[in-house]
Design a protein around this ligand. Structure first.
Ligand SMILES: NC(=O)C1=CN([C@@H]2O[C@H](COP(=O)(O)OP(=O)(O)OC[C@H]3O[C@@H](n4cnc5c(N)ncnc54)[C@H](O)[C@@H]3O)[C@@H](O)[C@H]2O)[C@@H](O)CC1
Ligand SMILES: Nc1ncnc2c1ncn2[C@@H]1O[C@H](COP(=O)(O)OP(=O)(O)O)[C@@H](O)[C@H]1O
Ligand SMILES: [Mg+2]
Length: 280
């Protein structure tokens, strides 16, 4: 097991070439945000913009449109009930997030199946939140993961549902077996988050703390993870995933010096400044 340090941030967050344009920094599609949970996909989308993705689209309930653009006009909207638009977005983007605030009904199931069927083989698909819960309720969908590039980002209760391992039995050896069966990367979010990579390496955070225990914190991680995978696409994906997960807790820890809780929205605003610090 490897304990990550800030070295991974200096390694991955590199200065940008002068000759570049937004297309060089990747396109992220975030799918989710039912009527009650619009904030989740807005936080994920905004974090993807602030963490450096070239273009970010948000496929969500149209009820979220004005809130999304009031919050973050950089994000492009598409109506996730428009299957034609959503399908073409799934095929055209470089990294997909599905799950933050996704509907836990037949419609959410349909969207998840669409992503698992049509996402390109080399397109990282970050499966989070309600998409993990949906997969646990429809395990036959797991066979669609074959030959896909999937990264699960469960908290311990979502992992219990997906891997069928009770929270108090989520030891590294059992988690490793479950990851192998899923043939995916697993970011198990908790105190001292663990990252289970496809080569069966386990990397762990020694940073992060209870000041992060606010709704939206995991949604925000998906946006950072997607943006890092989209823009640092020429780097080893293990290092890029490690850097994104470490960076998310690193920003929170910085803010925790003066804040009792480090809110996802404030973390998001702070992302560009901290990235600059490491890009020398
Ligand atoms: N502002 C928003 O729109 C928010 C939307 N969210 C979305 O809400 C949906 C449900 O996600 P939730 O995680 O809230 O609900 P879940 O039902 O998936 O899991 C949370 C439940 O699990 C229990 N639990 C026990 N041990 C836990 C552990 N170690 N870590 C986490 N939970 C533990 C909690 O007490 C809680 O009852 C997801 O799609 C998520 O993205 C949440 O991210 C919260 C904020
Ligand atoms: N006590 C803690 N110590 C360290 N990290 C924590 C702690 N509590 C929560 N977190 C972090 O906060 C995030 C919570 O994710 P999640 O539960 O999915 O949030 P969301 O409400 O956005 O779904 C994870 O990254 C987790 O590691
Ligand atoms: Mg979550």
């Amino acid at each position: 097991m490897l304990l990550l340090t800030t070295d991974i941030l200096s390694q991955v967050i590199t200065p940008r070439p002068l000759l570049s344009h937004k297309g060089n920094f990747g396109r992220v599609l975030a799918i989710g945000g039912s009527l009650n949970f619009g904030g989740a996909i807005i936080m994920a989308s905004q974090a993807a913009v602030y963490a450096g993705a070239g273009l970010v689209s948000c496929a969500t309930n149209r009820a979220n449109l004005s809130a999304l653009h009031a919050r973050c006009p950089e994000v492009m909207f598409l109506d996730y009930h428009d299957q034609k638009q959503t399908l073409s977005a799934i095929q055209q983007n470089d990294v997909i997030i599905i799950g933050p605030g996704l509907d836990l009904d037949d419609f959410g199931f349909e969207l998840l199946s669409l992503v698992l069927t049509y996402a390109k083989e080399d397109c990282p698909v970050i499966i989070d939140g309600s998409a993990i819960t949906l997969l646990s309720q429809h395990p036959f969908l797991l066979k669609k993961l074959k030959n896909k590039n999937v990264i699960f980002t469960p908290h311990q209760m979502e992992w219990q549902r997906l891997a069928q391992i009770p929270i108090n039995q989520q030891e590294q050896a059992t988690n490793l077996i479950a990851r192998q069966k899923l043939e995916a990367t697993v970011v198990l979010k908790k105190f001292q988050t663990e990252i289970y990579h496809p080569n069966n390496q386990i990397h762990q955070l020694s940073i992060g703390g209870p000041y992060m225990a606010t709704g939206g914190m995991g949604d925000t991680l998906t946006g950072i993870l997607a943006a890092f995978l989209a823009q640092f696409h020429n780097q080893d994906s293990i290092a890029v995933i490690d850097a994104a997960v470490y960076f998310h807790s690193y920003v929170a820890r910085e803010l925790s010096q003066d804040n009792y809780v480090t809110l996802p929205s404030i973390i998001c605003q702070t992302i560009p400044t901290i990235m600059r610090r490491f890009a020398n």
